[in-house]
Write a protein that binds this ligand. Structure first.
Ligand code: APR
Ligand code: ZN
Ligand code: ZN
Length: 361
């Protein structure tokens, strides 16, 4: 089958292959025929080496949806023919975090990603990104990573429900404590940030500042509910103008850099929340003095995967989409074929795209 394989991080490291095999399923796994998969910034970060991939050959992609085509003997939650979203932080349901309602912190599967390869490329073993690897015609994942949805959800929309949408909206609705009338800044307007903008609107924020260097993203952000927009250089002035200099109640960082986390900190009010949504590089250190950390009195909150539990959150998200309250179609800037993946990655790198979705026929 076809799959996009990263042999080595860096330019030219991604190869489109047609000699890839997905291994399994074992008794607790399911095989999914991927019908649509998105290009998320984390894919780009793994390809260019900013995020660690784990070494060795890897099938890229983690935002996908498709149809179940085979299940292991102990799988009851899904059956062949079911449509599913791939969950890249599957929840085991049995660990302390899962039982306490913190499914996004479950490490049961994350801790064992490299126990057993799930692919072979030209006969050699290969792993899938974050235990998935959705830039492939088929993947095999634990059944907990296959979240059933209705047949009426288009696969392109379902794919985005695997990462960008729950990460952005979840940061607001699960991690943030946004109340009607609050002021919000969202820094970075990709698929994740624009989902956060929509989340802020849904939560009733009345000031929503959307920040991005790319002008075209400002137009989109306004369509999704932003009340104000600015380039990064205008951030301090916008804070002063919109909050009387006090700072925003909540600032969401959806870029994945220490500099933008620092910018979010600087525009948040005392007692307000700085919510980290972007995935930064291991060596990119944030500088905040211990003095500031106490006396500036902001709350630094990580929001891994938007603190989402897809099994819990997807039904509501799908209802928001069906009732016109969340615009997922508007996040899709382009539909691509598998062969166009490298070009799509380059477009994301240039800041030209929002969500590009590869559709397998
Ligand atoms: N200030 C504001 N926005 C910026 C800045 C900056 N200094 N630098 C870049 N941006 C913008 C880009 O122009 C782009 O519109 O951030 C946006 C990032 O969007 P995408 O590349 O589409 O990324 P996305 O897939 O939305 O992911 C955002 O979340 O899941 C993580 O790994 C992902 O860290 C990434 C983040
Ligand atoms: Zn668990
Ligand atoms: Zn992602």
């Amino acid at each position: 089958m076809r799959a996009a394989v990263l042999f080595e991080a860096g330019a030219g490291g991604l190869e489109l292959r047609d000699d890839v095999v997905a291994l399994g399923p074992d008794q607790d796994e399911v095989r999914i025929r991927i019908r649509a998969t998105g290009i998320c910034h984390s894919d780009l970060s793994v390809i260019n080496g900013e995020l660690p991939g784990g070494g060795g050959a890897m099938v890229v992609g983690h935002e996908g949806a498709g149809e179940v085509i085979a299940v292991g003997s102990r799988v009851a939650a899904v059956a062949p023919g079911d449509h599913v979203v791939v969950n890249w932080i599957p929840a085991c349901g049995a660990c302390d975090d899962c039982r306490a309602g913190r499914a996004h912190l479950c490490m049961t599967f994350m801790a064992n990603l490299f126990e057993r390869p799930h692919f072979e490329v030209g006969g050699a073993p290969a792993f899938g990104m974050a235990g998935t690897g959705t830039w492939a015609e088929e993947v095999v994942v634990p059944w907990q990573a296959a979240i059933k949805i209705g047949h009426d959800v288009p696969f392109e929309h379902a794919a985005l429900l695997g990462c960008g949408v729950p990460t952005g909206i979840g940061a607001v609705l699960n991690t943030g404590d946004v109340r009607p009338g609050d002021s919000v800044a969202v820094i970075g307007l990709g698929g994740v940030g624009l989902s956060a903008v929509q989340g802020a609107r849904l939560a009733g924020a009345t000031t929503i500042l959307a920040v991005d260097p790319v002008e075209a993203k400002h137009v989109l952000a306004r369509r999704f509910g932003a009340t104000d927009t600015t380039a990064p250089e205008g951030l301090a002035a916008a804070r002063d103008r919109l909050t009387g200099g006090r700072g925003f109640d909540h600032a969401f960082e959806a870029v994945g850099r220490s500099a933008t986390i620092r910018a979010a900190w600087d525009v948040t009010r005392r007692g307000g929340d700085v919510i980290i949504v972007g995935a930064g590089a291991p060596g990119d250190n944030l500088e905040i003095s211990s003095y500031e950390l106490l006396f500036a009195a902001r709350n630094l909150k990580p929001s891994v995967y938007g603190a989402s539990d897809l099994r819990r959150d997807l039904p509501k998200l799908i209802t928001l989409i069906k009732t016109g309250r969340f615009d997922v179609e508007g996040l899709i800037s382009r539909r691509l074929r598998f062969d166009d993946l490298p070009e799509g990655v380059a477009a994301l790198d240039k800041g030209e795209a929002v969500r590009q979705v590869v559709v397998f026929d």
